[in-house]
Ligand binder design. Structure first.
Ligand code: SF4
Ligand code: SF4
Length: 426
């Protein structure tokens, strides 16, 4: 029959599925009561009300395969329905389910059984990799990242020179004593290894803030970004993270501070097992500097009203919600909350690899509720602590004509830094 996979292809996909079937996953797949409580939780469904865009609708695609291959009824009486064979149509449905989900886990907050749709979609993504149907751009970006890391010895000198060229921008924000590097690189006896992204925007403000705090820090040779997590390739994701683990271990740092990137942070904080160092989000580090009075900030530099978008991987999925608010209250008298916020905040709509994949039309349509929420805040600036969210919010701002300014939280903090002896407003 057309579209049916060969027995060998089906067997290989079944084996991949089985590898993901631990006790928790079996609970997720067996337990859904189809109560529908999660339906309104998903920003995609709230923006584009189609059943396939509900959390339960997405998971149901995977459940139907589960029933077909791992439950008696599906194996011996598939005609009773509620099952899916491995074929072209099924793989298309699996793709639609997996890559219309940003992995924000807002649905999980509301599900009475705590069913984690992101984890269920991890099976969908594994099947797509097995069937060679994953988004190739994400695999390519993951491979490029691994290759870049493997070729680090050839590029180390050029990278060091590029950092030297950048030092002037850091010193313009926070001067350092003569003979001191404004961007320490491969520094021995550093306490903090800062892991940035490609691009000076992820280095300059952070460097100025750490220098202002008198931090003993050094910059990582490796970028934080981990595209393999988006595509669902756990082997490659581990390889990308391992380079940072090895570097932190080699340098003997106490902490790895991850740039404003939610996915990279969540992976390093929660998925690499116990290490000799702690993993902190950069927003946590800034908050600590303020609480320990290591940096002083001038509120008068930010006259506009400002709101904060909680990145899903930093707030809901890592519990970092009060730190950015303490920071914002230290730099602004005009901080306003988005409604809802914290663990209830709407996803920006760009997670799960969607920004890297392009997908502009889908991202804009599926995030209408986010645009409405931003507009309702009345704020002039929306700030966030995640690169991916920043890109998506910038696209939403333009697409929906919101007329806001989108800023990284670290950039606002760097602009508010008070030099010794300078007058400022607390
Ligand atoms: S994880 Fe987020 S995007 Fe995915 S189904 Fe749940 S609410 Fe929707
Ligand atoms: S809230 Fe939970 S149990 Fe209810 S339909 Fe959604 S996933 Fe199933």
């Amino acid at each position: 029959m057309e579209g049916i996979l060969s027995p060998a292809e089906s067997a290989a996909l079944k084996e991949l599925f089985e590898k993901k079937l631990n006790g928790v996953m079996r609970m997720y797949l067996d337990t859904c009561a189809r109560c529908g409580i999660c339906v309104e939780s998903c920003h995609v469904y709230a923006s584009m009300p189609e059943v396939k865009y509900t959390a339960v609708g997405r998971a149901e695609v995977v459940r139907k395969i589960f029933r077909r291959y791992f439950r008696m009824q599906g194996r011996f009486a598939p005609w009773l329905g509620e099952v899916l064979e491995f074929d072209e149509a099924t793989l298309n449905a699996v793709y639609d389910a997996a890559f219309s989900c940003t992995g924000c886990r807002r649905c999980m907050v509301h599900c009475p059984f705590g069913i984690d749709t992101q984890q269920v979609m991890a099976i969908a993504k594994a099947l797509l990799i097995g069937a060679d149907r994953e988004p190739k751009v994400l695999s390519m970006l993951a491979d490029m990242s691994i290759a870049k890391g493997e070729g680090i010895e050839e590029t180390r000198a050029d990278y060091a020179q590029a950092l030297k060229n950048l030092e002037g921008e850091v010193k313009a924000i926070w001067p350092v004593p003569e003979g001191t590097s404004a961007i320490p690189y491969e520094a021995k006896e550093a306490d903090v290894l800062y892991v940035a992204l490609a691009g000076s925007h992820s280095i300059v403000s952070a460097a100025a803030i750490m220098n202002a705090a008198g931090e003993k820090w050094t910059l990582s040779s490796f970028e934080a970004v981990n595209f393999a997590t988006f595509v669902g390739d756990s082997g490659k994701a581990k390889r990308v993270a391992q380079r940072i683990i090895d570097e932190a271990t080699r340098l003997g740092v106490k902490e790895v501070a991850v740039v404003e990137c939610g996915t990279a942070f969540r992976y390093l904080r929660h998925m690499i097992g116990p290490q000799k160092f702690r993993v902190v989000a950069f927003v946590e580090l800034i908050d600590r500097y303020i609480r320990e009075d290591r940096i002083r900030l001038d509120k008068s530099r930010l006259p506009e009203s400002v709101t904060y978008h909680d990145p899903c991987q930093i707030a809901r999925n890592s519990g970092i919600m009060e730190e950015p608010r303490r920071i914002l209250r230290a730099i602004s008298d005009r901080f306003v909350e988005l409604r809802p916020n914290r663990e209830e905040n709407w996803c920006c709509g760009g997670g799960g690899g969607l920004v890297a994949m392009g997908e502009l039309d889908f991202r804009m349509k599926s995030s209408r509720v986010k645009a409405d929420q931003l507009k309702a805040s009345g704020a002039q600036i929306v700030t966030t602590a995640c690169e991916n969210c920043h890109s998506q919010l910038s696209d939403l701002n333009e697409h929906y004509g919101l007329g806001m300014r989108v800023e990284f939280l670290s950039h606002l903090v760097a602009k508010a830094l008070v030099l010794p002896g300078e007058r400022f407003r607390r």
